[in-house]
Design a protein around this ligand. Structure first.
Ligand code: F6R
Length: 618
């Protein structure tokens, strides 16, 4: 979603801000801007609708000044435009702010501030909710408050979750940052005689790996020598920074044409890293040292609810399947944005598992806080981001060790989340005694083959490219699967929609004849996920029904399955896998098909239109 950067130090802030924003481009945005202040308090604000290159092209002379903030905006209130792009200034020009999140009560606040503005002969400069923030801060400054107190007071007036960065002409050597709720994080980076801030770590890594994450409620005052933090209920303190070991090279694209392609190819490694040390076969153990939930707690679990959004929801659906099949525990899945506004019947013996690669998805966090406030049920977060809000809210976390995922479409984090869910199912089954030691060892042994299943699936890249090319002008796809492949059919359709902007639906194959079949004709390709497994014969009948309507069939099945291959128009063979492991064999193929359809349509694969990597607004 939106991105924030900031700099204070001896260098010229402008180019550093622009470079930081470039590193956040993957989050998706529709406009961008920077504000730079020099040591005399002279301010330059430059902002533009469109891509960063449009902003750069509009800059005739880079402003001088060693202090500044920058932003990439993804429109929520007010259309994408130059005037709505951040930063936003108070009407007297004293305070300049960028924000991630939403000021839910901005209408009330605008009405409240309206008379003062009118009296001063000024008016709002944008349609955004953000503009009330600098106005509130400057009103507090005008009555003699310190800027920190003005920030605390202004933030206390905002409803919603907000992460902000600010500069003030009255205090030209500093930047300020604050976090309220779960509108994404703010990371402070430490340099030598210079300091950085960003909403995401990747924007800092070229400069420093010494960082501090702001907590909810923190207000940070940052100058070239360090940071002081003040919380609403805390004394001011200077935090002790952390050393992060993310390799800046890992976020470069390397030889791949797109980050998405790179990340698809990184899946075997991401899976090995996620499984490493957590799945042992002799003697069998799963997540032994990783899960801060004791076996006594797990023994008392009578039901599991797995929640998530988008791709993470599809992982949750597969997780539900494993928890039922492997652990023998009743399990459900739910869409976090729906769950959080229902009053479902949970209890202390329900385990809630939240899948969220970013750990910051607002609906998933909302669902987690709903669980905590209402039932106090034990919670586990499965995420790729250590220290993310989800890890702080959960009783225990499973980090999926996939490394930074830059492509907006989730790929390797999907595979990593699957591995974590499978491990959890094994651990739960063993702790509850529903899985015998031999079956436990067998289930773990199977999981150890997942990286190579994915690797062999990736080996079908050329075939996927050829088939995608042939179907790239289709305007619809139906993707069918049954059993554990049904969530994958939904994931395949999601990938087609988000990358290729082609209408695609994922359906349980058994449901097809109850409606969707009416759509089928010769121009409506159907992708059938049909590895040999318990429901293979039922998939074959669905494929026959599709063929009878002359719809072209692209089947993904077991390598060497000639019966299937000869029955369909296009066939992609994946390594035969045990029935519970087919998601690992099929995942790369569905991702590569969507990737190549988008590629052959010439689309922006790493930053699809209207999408954001981390969805921190409702
Ligand atoms: C799709 C995609 C999104 C995310 C969803 C949840 O490729 O990336 O559907 O899966 O926004 O995000 P997380 O996992 O960060 O909670």
């Amino acid at each position: 979603m939106c991105g924030i950067v900031g700099y204070v130090g001896r260098q010229s802030a402008g180019p550093i801000l622009l470079e930081g924003l470039q590193r956040l481009e993957y989050r998706g945005y529709d406009s961008s801007g920077i504000a730079v202040i020099d040591h005399d308090g002279a301010l330059a604000v430059l902002k533009r609708q469109g891509k960063l290159r449009d902003l750069e092209a509009s800059i005739e002379r880079m402003p001088s000044g060693g202090v500044g903030i920058g932003h990439t905006r993804w429109a929520t209130h007010g259309e994408p435009s130059d005037r709505n792009a951040h930063p936003h200034a108070s009407s007297n020009g004293d305070v300049i702010v960028v924000q991630n999140g939403i000021v839910e009560n901005y209408r009330e606040l605008k009405a409240e501030l309206h008379d003062e503005l009118e009296l001063a002969g000024r008016d709002w400069q944008s349609d955004t909710d953000t503009e009330v923030i600098p106005e509130l801060i400057s009103r507090e400054l005008a009555v003699g408050r310190s800027i920190e107190d003005a920030l605390i007071s202004a933030l206390s007036r905002l409803r919603g979750a907000n992460a902000i960065a600010a500069v003030s002409r009255r205090h030209p050597g500093r930047i300020y940052a604050a976090r309220k709720g779960s509108a994404g994080g703010i990371v402070i980076g430490y340099g030598e005689g210079e300091m950085f801030i960003a909403s995401d770590l990747p924007a800092l890594l070229a400069h420093t790996t010494t960082v501090h994450h702001l907590e909810d409620g923190d207000i940070a005052t940052i100058d070239a020598d360090g940071v002081t933090i003040q919380g609403a209920e805390r004394e001011a303190f200077r935090p002790t920074p952390l050393q992060v070991d993310l390799d800046p090279v890992a976020i470069a694209r390397g030889p791949y044409r797109h980050f998405m392609l790179k990340e698809i190819h990184e899946q075997p490694r991401a899976l090995s890293d996620t499984i490493r040390g957590r799945a042992r076969v002799d003697p069998p153990s799963a997540l032994a040292d990783d899960l801060a939930l004791r076996d006594e707690t797990l023994r008392g679990i009578e039901r599991v609810l797995v929640i998530g959004m988008g791709t993470s929801l599809h992982a949750a659906m597969i997780g539900r399947w494993w928890i039922e099949q492997i652990a023998g525990v009743p399990a459900d899945f739910d869409n976090a944005s729906e769950f959080r506004f229902r009053a479902p019947l949970l209890g202390p013996s329900t385990l809630v598992v939240s899948v969220t690669q970013s750990g910051e998805t607002i609906d998933t966090l909302g669902a987690m806080s709903h669980v905590r406030a209402r039932w106090g049920a034990p919670q586990i977060a499965i995420t790729n981001v250590d220290g993310s809000e989800a890890t702080r809210m959960a009783d225990a976390s499973i980090l999926i060790r996939c490394g930074p995922e830059v492509g907006v479409a989730s790929t390797k984090t999907f595979a990593g989340s699957l591995a974590a869910l499978y491990l959890l199912a094994c651990r739960l089954g063993r702790a509850r005694g529903s899985l015998s030691e031999a079956d436990f060892a067998d289930a773990l042994e199977q999981l150890l083959t997942a990286p190579s299943l994915v690797d062999r699936g990736i080996g079908q890249a050329a075939r996927c490219a050829e088939i995608a090319q042939r179907h790239n002008s289709a305007t619809n796809f139906l993707v069918l699967g049954r059993g554990i492949e049904y969530p994958l059919a939904m994931e395949a359709a999601l990938k087609c929609k988000e990358l290729s902007y082609v209408h695609a639906e994922g359906y349980a194959a058994g449901e097809m004849k109850h409606g969707p079949i009416a759509l089928l004709d010769g121009s409506f390709p159907v992708i059938a996920l049909a590895p040999r497994g318990p429901l293979f014969d039922k998939m074959m009948s669905a494929i026959q029904q599709v063929r009878a309507r002359r719809a072209p069939v692209i089947a993904v099945g077991d390598e060497g399955d000639d019966e299937l291959a000869t029955m369909v128009d296009d066939f992609i063979g994946v390594p035969p896998a045990p029935p519970l492991l087919t998601p690992f064999a099929l995942t790369p193929v569905i991702q590569l098909l969507a990737y190549h359809i988008a590629l052959s349509r010439g689309l922006d694969i790493d930053q699809p239109r209207n999408l954001a990597k981390t969805v921190t607004v409702e």
